[in-house]
Design a protein around this ligand. Sequence first.
Ligand SMILES: Nc1ncnc2c1ncn2[C@@H]1O[C@H](COP(=O)(O)OP(=O)(O)O)[C@@H](O)[C@H]1O
Ligand SMILES: [Mg+2]
Length: 234
Amino acid sequence: MAEQAACSGQVLAAQNAGATPRRGLFIVLEGGEGAGKSTQLQTVKSCMQELGFTVECTREPGGTKLAEQIRSILLTKDPDEALCSTSELLLMYAARAQLVRSKIRPLMEQGVVVISDRFDLSTIAYQGYGRGFDLQEIKALRELAIGDFKPDLTLLFDVDVDTGMQRVLQRSSKDRIEEESRQFFTRVRQGYLDYAQQHPDEVCMLDGSGSVEQVAEKVRQVLQEHFGHLQVQA
Ligand SMILES: Nc1ncnc2c1ncn2[C@@H]1O[C@H](COP(=O)(O)OP(=O)(O)O)[C@@H](O)[C@H]1O
Ligand SMILES: [Mg+2]
């Protein structure tokens, strides 16, 4: 799907107008399975470094020692006991609370640009649209876990479900969530698309179906538009 016209760098630019950032930035890559998040993380990293920022990358669920332990519960399929969807939701927020407090916020306070492979929008898409949890219940958990903390920019990579699944098939083995059905991932994609449409000031949607280099070029363009004016002087 084509990028939305409302991919609005202007909002952030206005917030930061003319100022050298006093704190870091938080940039998130989102999208369904095989959308290209992990591939494009490197593009985001090098682009922000070229703008002069110190950059740290992380991922969700996980990113800290304890949160990575939670990740392994979330993604490993246990033949003896199925993880219920309520536990899945609560563990996602447990991992997120830990990641924000012990890694993202401290780094941002030092002026670092933190880039995360997935964040809270994944929960809206997967546990909300995918599993069917009420979005208001998710909102209440979010407020408990991370308050009003949110990314400065979310890059949403959109590919159709079949393309994404084809790409994932090429990977060695599927984790517990990647084993879900095509219908599940269709709902997940709809969750992303709905959120992007409703929050054009937070989410910039990119067509992830082109070649790696075509998508990377688009990523560089978007980052330049959003953050180019913040370039750190050497
Ligand atoms: N634009 C692209 N075109 C073709 N293949 C891609 C593209 N982006 C990523 N891939 C490949 O698809 C697979 C999934 O990409 P990945 O970045 O791991 O997706 P995600 O992290 O969103 O699940 C990888 O094997 C990757 O090399
Ligand atoms: Mg990935």
